[in-house]
Design a protein around this ligand. Sequence first.
Ligand code: GAR
Length: 209
Amino acid sequence: MIKIAVLVSGSGSNLQALIDANLSGEIAGVISNKPEAYALERAKNAGIATAVIEHKQYPNREAFDDVMHQQLLDWDVDLVILAGFMRILSAKFVQAWEGKMINIHPSLLPNYKGMHTHQRVLNTGDTLHGCTVHYVTAELDAGQALAQGVLKVTLHDNADTLANRVHVLEHLIYPQVAEWICSGKIQHTKQGVLYHNQPMLEPVQFCKL
Ligand code: GAR
């Protein structure tokens, strides 16, 4: 059985969706860089091990990442799921977990990498928005996309309503992708990403239009 660690910084609603999905993999532990993150309560309520590794207590990014890396090895983790983890990871850490680490980002990548995605979508006047699950590579929000949730921006939307509507899609697609990895439907190989044993040429799309 695949062992999973979930890395969080905040509320952890995506962690909750992963817990509630009863994945065929086991969530072995949750790491937070913030001691006050509500995600830690969610993990404890589900009987999942937690570790608080505060980035502020380390002299630099690499030192912080080394401690996280060791914790992941201690839990014997096969898959790292970033779920609202708001720290940029060092190249060394990303390389160590390349092909074994996924992230969810609140935009239709490659559009709107980085922060404040909902407001930027509104500022541009886009009619479509959503979220993307992707493998993590050294370049921020640029690894291969595995799935996208797409919604239509309405005239009534503001950044808060968009954040809420995107969250609903996130809670749908993240557990699904995690399960595809746990069950071997998605495989990361030297030849590229396979989906049902075929090259994955584009992300699987879930639409709520
Ligand atoms: C999610 O919307 C996720 O897409 C975003 O943080 C939120 C975490 O919510 N992640 C990023 O912006 C990463 N760049 P949650 O703590 O309720 O799961």
